[in-house]
Design a binder for this molecule. Structure first.
Ligand code: FAD
Length: 405
């Protein structure tokens, strides 16, 4: 292709543009983003950014002049509103159209909104964009009580930040344990304790029925078991919805994400979809996946960039992810869904351990708390499809990486 158009100036869109250039692509690259800012990293928004005085310069993926010097036409604040597949062009709000030889959809996700009365009140906040992060960072410094709705990664990182600021914090989670869709029971229970030690209150297996108002602002959260929890602010982190409308309006298949094949190509060979918005075949051959992680966004982008410069290979990366809460850094390799037994390496009580999750004898994934070496070894093991024995896992002197050589 001579003209690549990328919709979405997040991690995946940015990485596609930069990877194309670093692989010698000489054609035109245009990146459309609907947010006003140059591409930025989201992970710090719920971590370092909430700690004290936020440093906005710490989040940019590259300074603005990088895009000019690499001949990447970056159009921030400029949403793409339609795709005309026959004419191979996208339409902008202004009615302008831009032609493409290849189109990359990297539209990401948006916050799932809390569907209860009072959810629109002032003081009910979300955290996905840089502007939401600025707002949350400034309110956290002054509020005394915070209710976090949703015990996922973002909710728990916000709970840690809020408790560090001295607020009284309650986490309300509808399932019976936090981060339940992504981590083992051992990890959920470790983090329940870590938060509880700092005074965070848990309401597990409890829903939210209403946000109560005082003086036009959110003042309390009503739960499904009839409790009223006072709150200066309510932070909602109940997951996201993939931005698929552009694709479905253009007649492309959508199934909890824009449907792509093993090469991350849609049914239109001139259109790819990557990152948080893409639903792709699981490399294990068991259904489709839509992951929300930096690794996924970056590796998808590189896979498509390779294809566009003539080096086509199916996507085959091992998923990995991390979260930071207090002094515990959890790093995960592989996907642990469907595991039926676990083996722990290291010491849970010292806060330095890894949980190896197996289905039968097959290693599915490894969750490491403050054990980066295990995490790096796990990524190698999973890439090599090598499974350690229980004895090798528990023997701290055993070099796990040796199995992947
Ligand atoms: P996005 O980053 O969502 O970017 C998509 C962009 O496209 C958005 O700016 C969107 O507005 C724009 N867009 C949508 N439609 C259009 C359109 N029609 N025209 C133009 N632009 C459009 N992952 C980790 O691995 N580790 C972490 O610790 C971690 N922490 C996180 C903390 C927070 C607070 C958040 C919100 C996410 C975190 N993630 C983390 C997830 C990670 O940031 C995402 O998986 C990643 O950003 C996905 O990149 P993306 O480019 O696919 O989507």
């Amino acid at each position: 292709p001579n003209r690549v158009v990328i919709v979405g100036a997040g991690q995946a869109g940015f990485e596609t543009a930069t990877s194309l250039r670093s692989r010698g692509f000489e054609g035109a690259i245009t990146v459309f983003g609907d947010e006003p800012d140059v591409p930025y990293q989201r992970p710090p928004l719920s971590k370092a950014f909430l700690k004290g005085e936020p440093d906005p310069d710490s989040v940019w993926l590259r300074p603005l002049d990088y895009f000019t010097s690499h001949r990447i036409d970056l159009r921030c604040g400029s949403p793409v509103v339609a795709i005309d597949r026959d004419a191979q062009q996208v339409a902008l709000l202004s009615d302008d159209t831009i032609g493409y030889d290849h189109l990359v959809l990297a539209t990401g996700t948006r916050n799932r909104e809390l569907p209860v009365p009072g959810a629109g009140l002032q003081g009910v906040q979300y955290l996905r964009t840089l502007s939401e992060a600025h707002e949350l960072a400034s309110t956290l410094t002054s509020c005394k009580s915070v209710v976090v709705v949703g015990g996922g990664f973002i909710g728990l990182e916000v709970a840690a930040a809020a408790s560090r600021h001295g607020a009284s914090v309650t986490v309300v989670e509808a399932l019976d344990r936090p981060m339940a869709r992504a981590v083992s029971e051992t990890i959920s229970s470790f983090f329940v304790d870590e938060h509880a030690k700092r005074g965070v209150q848990w309401r597990l297996g409890v829903g939210v029925t209403e946000i109560e108002e005082r003086d036009g602002r959110a003042a309390a959260v009503r739960t499904s078991d009839g409790e009223t929890i006072p709150a200066d602010i309510v932070v909602v982190g109940i997951g996201v919805l993939p931005n698929t409308e552009l694709a479905s309006d253009a007649g492309l298949a959508v199934d909890n994400g824009i449907v792509v094949d093993r090469h991350l190509q849609t049914e239109d060979e001139r259109i790819s979809a990557i990152g948080d918005c893409a639903s792709y075949p699981n490399t294990a051959g068991t259904g489709r996946l839509r992951l929300e992680s930096i690794q996924n966004a970056v590796d998808h982008a590189r896979c498509v960039a390779n294809r566009l410069v003539g080096n086509d290979r199916p996507y085959a990366s091992v998923p990995w992810f991390w979260t930071e809460q207090y002094s515990s850094k959890l790093q995960m390799a592989g996907l642990v869904t469907g595991h039926d037994n676990t083996v722990v390496r290291g010491s849970i009580s010292d806060g330095e351990f890894s949980v190896f999750c197996f289905a039968g004898d097959q290693l599915l994934g490894v969750e490491s708390v403050n054990r980066t070496r295990d995490h790096m070894a796990a990524r190698k093991l999973l890439a090599a499809n090598a499974t350690p024995t229980r004895e090798q896992v528990t023997d701290l002197d055993f070099d796990l990486k040796s199995l992947a050589r």
